[in-house]
Design a protein around this ligand. Structure first.
Ligand code: UFG
Length: 330
């Protein structure tokens, strides 16, 4: 029996496939390669190039493979783009998940772990954020992820599907082997953007706002290493396999760093001065997002290993320094 990883050529998906294969699991990857890279797929995983909105392709896969659980990363994930092109997010994220669930129900595949996001909360009522805090997304990306969670809930009631939603905070870092890492085009995330400066691809980093109510005025985020996220998916799948009920878990470090602090850590990791210039606030940025991941620790037995931001940034730097053009340099 195999695990199907949808979106297994993307950033978090590819890291999860590496952990699954290291743990001796059989893995089938499906990805439309719109934002993922074939080179990121572990060579021991069987690969299908397909789009989850293609019911026929999914049915063919479920008929051909013995799948006993699904991990679903296949979604669009840029907050800014979701505001300028919301229908893309309804199409890829919601409609895609609807087609996937139709195919799973038809083939009797009843366990799914999927990527949700801290963006489901919107502006937090308090930090650290708990799973049962209010979910009022402030962008279309978070809204479609929340709707995916609700869709799973209704399908569970009607058809007995079991699901775990994992709400990631700020995923970052790269695999310690240096073989895979973060590669987005365009890149919008803070750590890879900072590292473009010592890589000679950018003159300076822009700090989006220094008048937030935080210790140095810049936004606070909870940065969690991608391999720790990957491990949580395996634990969540095992939890469902051993009879666990539907559940939602935050995944973060529980510690917040300001944008300024992240830049300082990157300066010391890379030995480069990394000039920073102040820029206006970016629309929709909450001042502070920090997770309580206590539930994942207690219920799933999750033990994040990369608690130290310097180590996280060092893994990212090793990847970006050696792959300045991501997977596209051959
Ligand atoms: N930032 C800058 N300069 C940059 C890029 C980012 O100052 O060039 C700041 C942002 O304003 C923010 C922080 O760095 O305060 C982190 O920004 P990212 O874009 O790296 O990450 P976000 O916190 O905006 O978003 C992440 C995920 C989303 C997810 C969200 C949940 O990328 O998918 O967390 O809160 F929805």
């Amino acid at each position: 029996m195999a695990i199907l990883v949808l979106g297994g050529a993307g950033y978090i998906g590819s890291h999860t496939v590496y952990e699954l294969i290291d743990a001796g699991r059989e893995v089938v990857v499906a990805d439309n390669l719109q934002t993922g890279f074939k080179a990121a797929v572990h060579p021991k995983a069987k690969f299908y190039q397909l789009d989850i909105r293609d019911r026929g392709a999914l049915d063919t896969l479920f008929q051909a493979e013995k799948i006993d659980g699904v991990i679903h990363f296949a979604a669009s994930s840029q907050v800014g783009e979701s505001m300028s092109d919301p229908l893309k997010y309804y199409d890829n994220n919601l409609y895609g998940t609807m087609v996937l669930l139709q195919s799973m129900v038809a083939h009797g595949v009843d366990k799914i772990v999927f990527s949700s996001t801290a963006a489901t909360y919107g502006e937090p009522e308090r930090v650290p954020i708990l799973e049962d805090d209010k979910t009022i997304p402030t962008n279309c990306y978070g809204q479609t992820k929340l709707a995916m969670e609700h869709m799973m809930g209704w399908v569970s009631r009607a058809h007995g599907l079991k699901y775990v939603a994992l709400r990631y905070f700020n995923a970052c870092g790269a695999h310690v082997s240096g073989k895979i890492g973060e590669a987005h085009d365009p890149e919008t995330h803070l750590i890879p953007i900072i590292l473009q400066v010592p890589n000679g691809q950018r003159e300076a980093v822009s700090v989006f706002g220094n008048d937030y109510p935080t210790k140095d005025g810049t936004c606070i985020r909870d940065y969690i290493h991608v391999t720790d996220l990957a491990q949580a998916h395996i634990l969540a799948l095992d939890y469902l396999m051993s009879g666990g009920e539907n559940n939602v878990f935050n995944l973060g470090n529980g510690v917040g760093f300001t944008v300024q602090e992240v830049i300082d850590v990157a300066r010391s990791v890379t030995g480069h001065p990394i000039p920073a210039k102040m820029a206006p606030r970016r629309a929709g940025d909450p001042a502070q997002l920090i997770a309580s991941s206590e539930k994942a620790v207690q219920v799933l037995g999750w033990k994040p290993k990369y608690n130290d931001l310097s180590t996280i940034v060092a893994t990212a730097w090793a990847w970006h320094r050696d792959h300045p053009h991501g997977f596209e340099e051959g």
